[in-house]
Write a protein that binds this ligand. Structure first.
Ligand SMILES: [Zn+2]
Length: 320
């Protein structure tokens, strides 16, 4: 039997398929295409195309695969293959698994992108050999993948681990709460994701906020991102310091609560905001140390993700 497996990483801007050696996690072949039209029918065509290209490059017959795994940036109803909500694709209640299966003629397993990334790290990366691991991702979005008792924890209906949507602000009339891409108010992601940090800083700059971030991006607000805030922080900018202290408190406390509940052996950090903003990361660590239950953090190790952007396709391929 072939040791090759097919995985797909379906983000908001690209679809990428890869043929993986399921024994070693090595990427044998991969192919990526941008998503110009995000309607489910068109995305199915693009996914079929990248799968065909990747499989062809590895001389693998698509129909000979036992299954194909797909990681989607969104909330997925586990084994049904229904994508409940994928803000970057503009999807609500899309039966993507069934649509793709109908065209592919091979069973399709759809899961959240961070769930499959956690599984990739468990099989071949920073979670290898550990039974209880939490992957925390802060990049364009915020999320987590949970490995509990050696298995991927998907929950009763597949939506476990939606860490970006834990609520971090009280809904009181006097507080300014931000609406999240999921439609609800006060989610962790609405404050701390790369996309939302950039949106908030842009709003503040347009309202006349005095901050070095403006200089860092040469006055071009479209270039505002979390890295520019981190740079301004390093230069002692009061606005950046206040924003980072606020976001570090939200993230550090939320990660501490996750560890207090689940008692993992390791926390794996991923995503451009966590890995690309060292000053923010240091503040988060301080808040985490303050708030985590001592007993739950005993022996805990913290590691950066090993597989980077490949974790999704690798995990998706070996999930099925
Ligand atoms: Zn949300």
């Amino acid at each position: 039997m072939s040791t090759l497996a097919l995985g797909v990483d379906l983000g908001g801007t690209n679809a990428r398929a890869a043929v993986i050696d399921r024994d070693t996690g090595e990427i044998v072949a991969s192919h990526k295409e941008p998503l110009r039209d995000r309607t489910p029918e068109r995305v199915v065509e693009v996914v079929l195309h990248v799968l065909t290209q990747a499989a062809g490059a590895a001389e693998l017959a698509l129909g000979s695969c036992a299954s194909v795994g797909v990681g989607v940036a969104g909330q997925v109803l586990g084994s049904t293959g229904v994508v409940l909500n994928a803000p970057n694709l503009g999807w609500r209640d899309v039966a993507f698994g069934r649509l793709l299966e109908g065209r592919l003629g091979v069973p399709v397993h759809v899961a959240n992108d961070l769930a499959v990334a956690a599984w990739g790290e468990k099989r071949f990366g920073a979670a290898k050999g550990l039974d209880d691991v939490v992957l925390v991702f802060v990049g364009s979005g915020v999320g987590s993948g949970l490995i509990l008792g050696g298995r991927l924890h998907e929950g009763a209906h597949g939506v476990a681990g939606e860490f970006g949507h834990v609520k971090v602000r009280p809904l009181r009339a006097e507080t300014k709460v931000r609406r999240c891409g999921c439609g609800q108010l006060s989610c962790l992601e609405a404050y701390t994701s790369g996309v939302n940090v950039a949106a908030r800083v842009r709003e503040d700059l347009e309202a006349g906020a005095a901050t070095l971030v403006r200089d860092r991006v040469g006055g071009d607000l479209s270039r505002v991102n979390a890295t520019a805030v981190d740079d301004a922080f390093a230069a002692g900018d009061a606005y950046a310091i206040a924003l980072w202290e606020e976001n570090a408190a939200l993230l550090g406390t939320a990660i501490a609560n996750l560890v207090t509940i689940l008692n993992p052996a390791r926390v794996i950090l991923g995503g451009g905001v966590l890995l690309g903003c060292p000053h923010l990361a240091r503040l988060i660590q301080g808040q985490f140390d303050t708030h985590v239950l001592r007993a739950a953090a005993r022996g805990l190790t913290v590691e950066r993700a090993w597989l980077g952007d490949d974790a999704g396709v690798i995990g998706a391929a070996v999930l099925g």
